[in-house]
Design a protein around this ligand. Structure first.
Ligand code: NAD
Length: 260
């Protein structure tokens, strides 16, 4: 389905981004993998993709806190590919603390990675999508782009910001063949949420498995996490012809969290 397309997925060295990368590669899409190298280095991840799929894969470790690094990544991508057809802004970080204690450095990092980096990447890759008359931008927001939770000031602000940014970009590109949508997951089983599980376990003196269950069911009616591949399949659908009329949407995949 995507054999003549190229996708850049930020934060695709682990978790949801990696799940999305696998689904797109299965569909024949060339890739730019991006993110900090996983433990053990990037080579084994690149080898895994090269062995499993007949697609071209390149890699960037650009630090999304730095707009110059994002520009350098765009230059590198331009040297390898004619254009990015599918941009998935997925990279994200988390930190929890009451607002009055929230460290400024954590606020700045979360806003930079979870919000501003998507503004920068869209500026780099939108013009080619517009001139090609086809493009897909999928921003991975969160249920926290739609509702709030305590102790997540920066994360909730950034994720609400991504929903707004998605809507503006969708409106500006609606007649240009470029759709822009956000996906809003509830709990997904990845490294990002492990410290929250550990905190609950430590605070209550309970086993990790029980802490995980308590964390999930505190807000999410469906008592299970979503798999990264499920998010990947939604991305794939948004890249299909059937989804050409979907733009400016913020889709929850949240086990009913935001239905309440
Ligand atoms: P993860 O920790 O498994 O992956 C994060 C990725 O971002 C990694 O590839 C990492 O290297 C990259 N990254 C982090 N900081 C970076 C930086 N400064 N520069 C470049 N790359 C950087 O996390 P995940 O759970 O897969 O999260 C992916 C996205 O999904 C995030 O935007 C997150 O907010 C969102 N999300 C996650 C959940 C969940 O329950 N896991 C729920 C809703 C939304």
């Amino acid at each position: 389905m995507l054999s003549n397309k190229t996708a850049l997925i930020t934060g695709s060295t682990s978790g949801i981004g990696l799940g999305i990368a696998h689904e797109l590669a299965k569909a024949g899409c060339n890739l730019v993998l991006h993110g900090f190298a996983p433990e053990g280095g990037i080579d084994s991840l690149l080898a895994e993709f090269n062995d499993a799929y007949d697609v071209k894969v390149i890699y960037s470790d650009a630090d999304l806190r730095d707009p110059n690094a994002i520009s350098a990544m765009a230059e590198m991508v331009k040297a390898e590919y004619a254009a990015i057809d599918i941009l998935v802004n997925n990279a994200g970080i988390q930190f929890t603390a009451p607002l009055e204690d929230f460290p400024l450095e954590k606020w700045n990092d979360i806003i930079a990675v979870n919000l501003s980096s998507s503004f920068h990447t869209m500026q780099h890759y939108l013009p080619a999508m517009q001139s090609n008359g086809w493009g897909r931008i999928i921003n991975i927001s969160s249920v926290h782009g739609l509702v709030a939770s305590i102790h997540k000031a920066a994360y909730v602000a950034a994720k609400h910001g991504i929903v707004g940014l998605t809507r503006v970009a969708a409106l500006e590109n609606a007649a240009k063949g470029v759709t822009v949508n956000a996906i809003c997951p509830g709990w997904v089983s990845t490294a990002l949420i492990q410290s929250q599980i550990d905190d609950v376990a430590a605070a209550k003196g309970i086993p990790i498995a029980q802490a995980k269950e308590e964390l999930i069911t505190a807000k999410q009616p469906r008592p299970e996490m979503v798999e990264p591949s499920h998010i990947g399949e939604m991305v794939l659908f948004l890249c299909s012809d059937a989804a050409q009329g979907i733009t400016g949407a913020s889709m929850p995949i949240d086990g009913g969290w935001t239905a309440q």
